[in-house]
Design a protein around this ligand. Sequence first.
Ligand SMILES: [Zn+2]
Length: 188
Amino acid sequence: MQLPDGVAVTDVAARCRGAVLMLLESEDGSWGKQELAQWLTGPYRWPASFAKPREIGIPPSSRRMPIPVDRLEELLAETRNEVQAAFARVAESTDISFSYAAIHGGFIERCQDDQGTKGWVPVDRQGMRLSERAISLIAVDYLVRPGDYLGLISVCKECSRVSFDALCRVRQACHRHRVSQGRIAIVK
Ligand SMILES: [Zn+2]
């Protein structure tokens, strides 16, 4: 598919990464049904809006999700675990099987921007699990910017936060814990 004029393949990838990192922030337990709905219709919706609609009408992600409130925290936790595991595998052993899963599952689709650059977009299909939506986002980001995943990504030893930063990777720490490590080093 052709992206609209002015929308670059790298913009889509950046928004995919932003959306998935935001989803990981739900760890503090502050997300309810409303926050998830806002995520689906906001940060997730934009990159997922370009793939050919499978049916006419309201985008599937905007439809009311049949999730009982008592299962929401479990659903978010499962999704975070799957995403964090995929990030950890790529950081530890450059295992990018999540991208094959996304391609074979039809969670992502090829695209091209007005500069002729080829990339990928996530597909917003009815009935997709939240974790499949999240994996589609990191697969798009990885396939467009593989160097970031193979050379920059790290998972913090202290808090499991994912960073795309060379210094964080050297220290195996997020920005926050890198700074605190630095302070300890100065005190010593
Ligand atoms: Zn950390």
